[in-house]
Structures are given as C-alpha cells and as structure tokens.
Design a protein. Sequence first.
Length: 291
Amino acid sequence: MKKILLSDSGPKVSEAIYGFWRWEDFGKDTAKKLEKVVNLCFELGINTFDHADIYGGSTVESEFGKFMKNSSIKREDLILFSKCGVKKSVTGKEICDNSPKYIIESVNNSLKNLQTDYLDIFLLNNSDYLADPEQTAMALAEVVNSGKVKHIGVANFTVFQHQLLASYLTKPIVTNHIEMNLMNISALLDGRLDFIKQQFSKPLAWSPLAGGDILEGQVGKASVLNAKLSHVGKKYDANIEQTAVAWLMQLGTLPIIGSLSEDRIKNVASAATIKLPREDWYDIYNVAVNG
C-alpha cells in the first residue's frame, strides 16, 4: 500500500487507516486481538492508527502502548493519531470539551499510555460550542511547540467550525475526520469535502460501510446500494466492500477501518487498487443520491 501526504505539510500516511473507535464493543482479550490486528495491518502496508482518549473504554491506547513496547516495530515506522473532545460527564452522558486544561491533559495521557514521545496528529473530536476558540488554539499551539504533537487535525467539524479554529492557528489543520459512506454523502453535498481539499488536505472517512448496513443490504436504500455495488464490482473482480471503499477513495478520502475481521481489513487495503471509470462511479453515485 502506498504512503501519501495527508496535506501539503504532512505527514505521510497509508491510504487506509485503522481506527479503534468501536473496540469497546469487542469484548475481552483486547491485547490478543490488538496484536493480531496490528500485525496484519503492517503486513498489508497499513501503518497509520487512529486512537482517542475514550476509545475502548479508555483502555485501547494503553494496550497499544504495551504491544508496541514489546514489538519489533519501530516508532518511526508508524503514524499515530489521537484525539479528545468528547468525554463522559459525571452523570455518564457524553459532552464536548475543547478547554485548554482537557486538551493538555489528554495529550499527556495519550503519550503516557501509547508509550511514545510524540503524536503525529492530535485532533479535536467535535467542536465545543462553549469553548473560547482563541484559548483552544493556544492550547493546541502549546502541545505543538513543545514537540508533543507534530500536526493538528479535527473530527466532525463543519466548514465554519473548521474555518473559525483555523483563523486562530498559525499551524495548518491537516485533516478533518468526517462520516462518509454511500448511505451518508452529506459531506460531498454540503461543501465539507470541497473545503478540506481547498486546504490542500485529504479527509478521513469514518464508518465507510455505514456500520455494516451497506454490506448487509437488507432493506431500503441499503438494499439497492448493495445490489448496485455487487453488479458493478463483478466487472472488476471486486466484492461489495472493495467496490464501496474504492468509490470513496476516488474522492480523495482515506477510509478508516475498525473491524476485527481479517477479510474486511484485507478488503479495505486492496480497494486502493480498484479504479472505477466515471460511468460506473456516477452510476453508484446516482443510487446514493436517489436511493
């Protein structure tokens, strides 16, 4: 798998990225599962990993750090993302927090848990309506200037939220993690995708298979998409998942895969080799728009 620049200022990442968002749902034996997944990713050329302080019940970063400490994989051979911004309140409900205190604490905790001296990218996960953008930007500048973070990113920001934060920063925002799949192409239609590209960056697409709905294709739009992807994919000896991910990648997006399935990880890794001609790309697009 090729390594490509995420933005004009870096870093170089794999064309597909592995993320640990859903790992809280995967039960016990986290260490064994993580070792298997990370080793498979490296075999396939995926060297970029997406973390957050809350993923896996706030345990995955620590397990990843333990694995890397005992692994022969060198730190310079992988790209590590982490993020903060969504956390549980004292009542157990999710809230957003972009305060300087939380940002700096989260970066320090992620470095400790991942057993690394730096994060390649640190992202704000959702915009906090109550945050002072200038104070947020100052905290981000602090972690960059200290060498703890190489690059800054965001996740789930609108165009205006992205612009607002960027206006207070001297360092570029190198990516925006957005939900993007054939069941939800809103980022393509509302300008987010265009704006990210205007910043000479590449977006990361989380939930590229709509949480598995496209693969299952049982009812409604998912069923129609499933049939169309199956029909188009046969022309290129590709399955439904490979075709759906290839469609996304031709938009310049980098898919984030979070499955434990070896086959699904391989499907995403191999999708980069599939190039759909315009006729077939727009044939799929029309189903995504019209259902």
